[in-house]
Design a protein around this ligand. Structure first.
Ligand SMILES: [Fe+2]
Ligand SMILES: [Fe+2]
Length: 283
């Protein structure tokens, strides 16, 4: 109990600092000056579109959260309502404005459809012991999503600089990428704290549901799976790259520590492989 109070206090401190150090990025702080907009759009346009969609869908994620977790801890609400949503929505607006500036359509973000599976989880989560299982799944998804964002923005930032698009690298990608590690840290701290408190049957259920439900960031249907595969191709991520291992590192350690020697859970490798195959099949 004492350790859970200490980790709660640490989380509140972390979220407070994130809010203070990283105000949402203002749209008028960015500089869309491009050296070669046609070449930049041809290479990274679809990546911007994917990221913009996922970032803008934060509003649906908040709805999903309130459905899934009827009685969340105060620090979770503090994080998603006061810090995370205001930051992510600006990432989405800025990336979307950039792609429109490049002559593309707005991102097709789904802002309000909460899936049936999540509604079932939410109904079950009215039982306290089950709510902790659902919360654990939420933290695991958050970790994988934010780690993917950190890694993808790093590659995008390097590629943007290589193309000599310094205004975009410095005023769009760099400020966004600086805000992602704090999100990842929140989910990681939360996941580690909660995992230590779960009973054996809850851990079993988390492993089981996670195996059934894992998908790469932003993938909710087959078209999005192929879109994610396209992003993997452009960013030179393949299913055996360090990217996959890094996305799954803490999840592997917490959930599957007994399976020593495996760098990545099989369901993660498979999900990334499926995305690449969907992308290649569509060409
Ligand atoms: Fe973001
Ligand atoms: Fe984020």
């Amino acid at each position: 109990m004492a350790s859970s109070r200490a980790s709660g206090a640490r989380l509140v401190e972390h979220v407070t600092k994130l809010g203070e150090d990283h105000p949402p990025i203002a749209l008028d702080s960015v500089d869309f000056t491009l050296v070669d907009p046609i070449a930049f759009e041809a290479r990274f346009g679809h990546v911007l579109d994917y990221m913009a969609r996922v970032e803008l869908e934060v509003d649906r994620n908040v709805l999903e959260l309130t459905t899934m977790l009827p009685d969340p801890p105060d620090v979770d609400v503090f994080f998603y309502r006061d810090v995370w949503q205001p930051q992510e929505i600006q990432h989405g607006r800025i990336l979307d404005a950039l792609q429109v500036h490049l002559g593309r359509e707005h991102a097709d973000a789904d802002l309000d459809s909460v899936g049936a599976k999540l509604k079932v989880l939410g109904a079950l989560a009215h039982l306290d012991a089950f709510q902790d299982v659902v919360r654990m799944l939420y933290y695991l998804t958050g970790m994988a999503t934010e780690r993917s964002a950190v890694l993808a923005y790093n590659v995008l930032h390097d590629g943007t600089r290589e193309m000599g698009e310094h205004a975009i690298a410095q005023t769009v990608i760099a400020p966004i990428k600086r805000q992602e590690p704090g999100h990842y840290a929140f989910y990681q701290l939360s996941a580690r704290g909660l995992w230590a408190e779960l009973a054996g049957w809850q851990k079993w259920l988390v492993r089981h549901l996670r195996r059934l439900s894992f998908s790469p960031v932003g993938v909710n249907n087959d078209a999005q799976r192929a879109d994610f595969g396209d992003v993997m191709e452009t960013l030179a991520i393949d299913e055996h790259s360090d990217f996959t291992a890094q996305v799954a590192r803490v999840e592997m350690e917490l959930l599957w520590a007994r399976d020593k020697g495996l760098p990545v859970p099989a369901y993660v490798t498979q999900a990334f492989r499926d995305a690449l195959e969907a992308s290649r099949a569509r060409v």
